[in-house]
Design a protein around this ligand. Sequence first.
Ligand SMILES: NC(=O)c1ccc[n+]([C@@H]2O[C@H](COP(=O)([O-])OP(=O)(O)OC[C@H]3O[C@@H](n4cnc5c(N)ncnc54)[C@H](O)[C@@H]3O)[C@@H](O)[C@H]2O)c1
Length: 254
Amino acid sequence: MSNRLKDKITIITGAARGIGAKSAELFANEGASVAIWDVNVERGKETARQIQANGGVALFCECDVTDAAQIKTAVARVTSELGNPNVLFNNAGIAVVGELEEISEEDWDRQYAVNVKSIYLVSRAIIPLMREAGGGSIINMASESAYVGFPMHPAYTSSKAAVVHLSRSMAVRYAEDNIRVNSLCPGTINTELYQEFLSQQPDPEAINKEIKEMHPLGIGEPEDIAWAAVYLASDESRYMTGAPMLVEGGILSL
Ligand SMILES: NC(=O)c1ccc[n+]([C@@H]2O[C@H](COP(=O)([O-])OP(=O)(O)OC[C@H]3O[C@@H](n4cnc5c(N)ncnc54)[C@H](O)[C@@H]3O)[C@@H](O)[C@H]2O)c1
């Protein structure tokens, strides 16, 4: 344990598993108190339990980040049990797979609700509290696919491009409140989300090989992204706002 995030009261959405869960673990190791918001109750509680067992401070809140009423309840729990948040990591996301002509309107809307609208809903609930706390850091989860077109993911890729630009607009607006807003753009990361995507492919091994070869450094691990989030949450990044932070194994340098 070190103290890079000492006194940081942090909310991480979608932290029951994957990149969010690894971030919750590293944030707690760096001294942050971590609120884990997720719809996956069993895994969310387990992630919180593991952090507590290692001596960290963690609180699980069941929360669907597309639902303003659930957000309100979760915010009330965080403020009463941990205090006013000064770090928000909007990490929750889903990936709708399907070409433009195949995706249903329902799936398109769901993609945007979870990946983009949730950032608006959660941020508008948290920003007044951050302002009261004297400032803070918001990290919005985007993706390499904000920059690279993938024909099978038009809803996902465009939603992540929206996250990058939403973050810029938020950064410019809230600098005067000492609230920094950056987006994080991972390459392909080996999580259950990625494994689920592979399992839906006719030849998962071939697709995995193809994706690996698209990235000069291959496929990443959750901690590769979680460490970047630690930096963005910490005061070490105090002069950084509005920036898309690329941690994408070199794909954008090809
Ligand atoms: N894995 C990758 O290759 C990759 C690459 C770039 C960006 N990302 C992004 O990183 C984030 C995390 O991805 P991951 O791979 O860890 O995925 P994951 O599926 O393992 O984890 C996502 C978590 O979000 C939660 N979640 C989904 N909808 C929610 C909702 N409405 N309310 C609250 N929680 C919800 C899920 O229950 C899950 O625990 C996502 O935004 C994803 O788009 C992932």
